[in-house]
Structure formats: C-alpha cells, structure tokens
Design a binder for this molecule. Structure first.
Ligand code: FMN
Length: 282
C-alpha cells in the first residue's frame, strides 16, 4: 500500500510549509500499520521511498503472517474509540503512572515526549494567549479557520460544528484550566509535547506516527486529548516554546490530556475517496 499526501487538502495560511499535512499523514500511517499488525501481518514500512515524488510518503507491505502482539491489538481496538475532545475536562488528575507509557509510545516511533510542569504550563499559557491573538489579527487565518470548522452540506472535510460544540470558541478553556490549577481549585492539566531532534520532512512523518501511537495509548487508558496549536503554528511562538523546552528539540505537537465527556463520532471521507486504486493479485 502506498501512502500519498493529498496537496489539495493543505491549509495554505495555517500550514504554509505543509508541516501539519505530513504530521497528519504520519498519524494515518501509524493507524494503517497498527491495523495490519492486528490482523496478523508484519507491516514492513519504507518511509519517503522516492526522491522524485515527495508526496509519496510511505510504502507498507503486509508480510509474513504472525501472531499479533496483544499490546498492538489493544491499540487497534482504540482506533474507533479515539476522537479529539475539545471540551473542558473533568477536574480529575491523570495518574502520573500513565506518563511513562505515553513517553515510551513516542520513543518507539523515534520521537521525544515530555510533560510540562506547572511553572512551564504557566509560561505556555502566556505564549498561547499571545500567539492566538496574533492568529486572530490575520483576516486570512480567520477566513481559513471558518472554512475548515463550519459543517458544510455535502462535504466531509473539516471539523463539524458538533465536534466543537460545548468547547470554548477560543483558547480560553486552556487559560481557565491553567488558571484554576494555579489557584489550587483543580489539579494541573496534563500537557505534553511531542518533539523531534531535527525538523525535516522525515522527522515530521515520524512525529505524526508518534502522535497517533500516543493518542491510541491514551485512548486505551481511558483518556481524551485535544491539540494546543497556536504555539506550534505561529513561528515566533514556536521559537519561544523551543527555548522553554530547553534541550534544542523541535516541538511538533502539543496535547492536553484528561478525562472528558463522551463525544459523537466525526465523519470520515468515503473509502473510494481515499483508496485511489485497488490492485488485486490473483
Ligand atoms: C497534526 C494534527 C494537528 C491538529 N491540529 C488541531 C488543531 O489545531 N485544533 C483542533 O481543534 N484540532 C486539531 N487536530 C485534530 C483534527 O481536527 C481531528 O483529528 C480531525 O478533525 C478528526 O477528528 P477526530 O480526531 O475526532 O477523529 C489536529 C490533528 C492532527 C493530526
């Protein structure tokens, strides 16, 4: 199976260098590998196989039948249950014993993951607030965000309004959760960053796989997640976040993890829309 990026689905204002596109494809690739593994085949994977075709991101060949690893079967079972939960989380602390599991999930996919302590969360809160104001000051960003988050009849693209219903319209939920934690009225939110050592296309593809492995591991542990995107998407904020993290790594994804209320399922594109050609050998 070949995995191709779909350049028609880029968000040119939000994602001018296609970083998020490659991360998203990495997440899809991990889902594919997990599903193949859970069906009893080894997913032999080649990343970036063609210099001539940079949109060909991976080739996956299901090889040699084998007994699936029960841990991977657990991740496969989490695939249909995983969803992005943008609503405020319940004030229940995530057991710190979950962290090593999530960190290990990222490391298995050649990425680096760390959680942010209360002090860094406070600084992140300021970075996020300023970065989001910068985003909202750009009319092109606001137009693109509106196009991507309005449910349009006859399309399955974008984030439907019911998936954001009940969540604050801006990033204020994040500020509220951090604020309440610093006042001692709720536990610190669990905020993790997935990062890479360099910031090339291959790093992003691997970070995307790490993202999905972390998300499925979190789902299997009963957790929900949502994305904190302004500090990643606004270049000056990303530079600040790099300095905050310290060790020279490139932040690729920031996640808030916790226990949320149940959510409806978001739509997927039709299979014939994403599976372009079927070659069936005799
Ligand atoms: C790389 C990446 C970046 C994302 N960034 C955001 C984001 O900034 N804000 C957001 O609300 N959701 C973000 N999402 C979540 C997607 O909107 C979501 O996965 C998609 O709409 C499908 O919904 P589901 O996760 O509930 O299945 C991101 C997802 C990926 C893979």
């Amino acid at each position: 199976m070949e995995l191709h990026a779909d350049p028609r689905r880029i968000l040119p204002v939000t994602d001018p260098d296609r970083r998020e596109l490659v991360l998203s494809c990495g997440a899809a690739l991990f889902t594919l590998r997990t599903a193949i593994h859970a069906r009893g085949f080894h997913p032999a994977t080649t990343l970036m196989p063609s210099r001539a075709d940079p949109d060909l991101l991976a080739i996956v060949r299901p090889l040699a039948e084998r007994t699936p690893d029960p841990r991977v079967v657990g991740l496969a079972r989490a695939i249909p249950r995983r969803r992005t939960n943008r609503r405020p989380f319940r004030p229940t602390a995530v057991p710190r014993s979950t962290l090593p599991l999530l960190r290990h999930a990222a490391e298995l996919e050649h990425a680096w993951m760390s959680s942010l302590d209360a002090e860094r969360c406070g600084l992140l809160r300021d970075i996020t607030d300023r970065a989001h104001l910068d985003q909202l000051a750009d009319p092109a960003f606001v137009t693109e965000l509106g196009r991507w988050t309005e449910l349009r009849a006859g399309t399955r693209d974008g984030v439907p309004s019911y998936a954001t219903a009940g969540s604050p319209a801006d990033e204020s939920w994040l500020l509220d959760e951090f604020g309440a934690a610093s006042q001692g009225t709720r536990p610190d939110p669990l905020v993790v960053v997935i990062a890479s050592l360099t910031d090339g296309r291959l790093d992003r593809l691997q970070a995307g796989q790490a993202l999905q492995r972390v998300l499925l591991t979190a789902t299997a542990a009963g957790l929900h997640a949502s994305f904190i995107s302004p500090p990643i998407l606004v270049p000056s904020a990303r530079a600040e976040l790099r300095r905050l993290l310290g060790c020279g790594v490139w932040p690729q994804v920031l996640l808030r993890l916790g226990y949320g209320s149940p959510l409806p399922w978001t739509p997927r594109r039709a299979l014939e829309d994403v599976l372009l050609e079927k070659l069936v050998s005799a």
